[in-house]
Design a binder for this molecule. Structure first.
Ligand SMILES: Cc1ncc(COP(=O)(O)O)c(C=O)c1O
Length: 299
């Protein structure tokens, strides 16, 4: 059966619509900019990281381009672009080690954790790598995981956990809603779960999960169960009080509210989650995503 073709008019074509919004925001009526990154971008010379303080009507020094109006990747701040204009450095040299150390300290602030046992990870990869990090290190084959599903990305997390041998129960809510506390409580009472996963904001539905009350429920019904949050679409835009809410893990990525280029898996795990990792009977089920291999670099 032939596919139904969608009629593309200037208003129904997404690219045309985004370009026209972009032109509107730029206040000009010129034709849409090329989708490829312009070669005439004017960045300060290498190592010059100071920012001009001269008054300017422009909010940004970036060349005109179609404005990104999606959850991520998002528009870069000038400071982000300028900090990428840097000579290559050794990943074990003092300059990079200091920068990386600063990034890890700032992450603790972002997640609002002061607990010395909280463990951050910043690893090359996309948000999906956070799922693998959780599935390969915190669950062993045959262990039960309760996945609270509020959309496409929750289901993806469930699939990832299954790949590593977890026994996954998916608690699905009607589209546009989230699983409710009484049914979560009932599920937690029905069997022993090693972990509960929740998508803080499921990008596919926009549904926001309520982490504080969820954590209170999990901790009161099943105190040993780890509560892991997919925060790819929420970290740096929605509040996350890692210590106060007793979260055991939050995985995110660089390209959404954090506002950096795609390519980093960023996460924070509690001392309890790290203890669960250390107590594994079997080795981590991945080499690249092994917490054992990465932890020494994340001090
Ligand atoms: C909620 C959520 N989780 C996970 C992912 C996967 O992240 P990535 O595409 O960076 O692998 C996304 C991506 O949009 C997401 O929105």
């Amino acid at each position: 059966m032939p596919h139904r073709l969608l009629k593309t008019t200037p208003t129904s074509n997404p690219a045309a619509r985004i370009s026209s919004i972009s032109r509107h925001l730029l206040g000009s009526a010129q034709s849409p900019a090329s989708p490829s990154f312009p070669s005439n971008i004017s960045l300060p010379s290498i190592q010059n990281r100071s920012f001009s303080s001269s008054p300017s009507a422009n909010m940004s020094s970036q060349p005109e381009h179609p404005t990104l109006l999606i959850p991520g990747p998002i528009e870069f701040d000038d400071a982000v672009l300028q900090s990428m204009s840097h000579y290559s450095e050794s990943h074990v040299g003092p300059g990079f080690v200091a920068t990386f150390g600063d990034a890890l300290s700032m992450l603790r602030k972002l997640f609002q954790t002061t607990s010395p046992s909280s463990q951050p990870f910043v690893i090359s990869g996309s948000g999906t790598l956070g799922w693998d990090l959780v599935a390969a290190n915190l669950v062993e084959p045959g262990e039960n995981v309760l996945v609270l599903s509020s959309g496409y990305f929750s289901d993806g997390f469930a699939d990832c956990l299954k790949v590593y041998g977890a026994n996954v129960d998916l608690l699905k809510a009607p589209v546009g809603t989230r699983p409710q506390l009484p049914e979560i409580e009932e599920a937690l009472k029905s069997k022993k779960y090693k972990m509960v996963t929740v998508t803080h904001v499921d990008t596919s539905t926009g549904v926001l999960s309520e982490l504080q009350k969820l954590s209170e429920t999990v901790k009161s019904v099943s105190p040993d169960t780890l509560l892991i949050v997919d925060g790819v679409c929420s970290v740096a835009s929605e509040e996350i009080d890692f210590d106060a809410w007793k979260l055991d893990g939050v995985v995110t990525a660089s390209q959404k509210a954090i506002g950096c280029p795609a390519g980093l898996s960023i996460s924070m795990f509690s001392g309890k989650a790290m203890d669960a990792f250390k107590a594994r009977k079997s080795p981590p089920a991945s080499y690249f995503a092994s917490m054992k291999n990465w932890t020494p670099s994340m001090a």
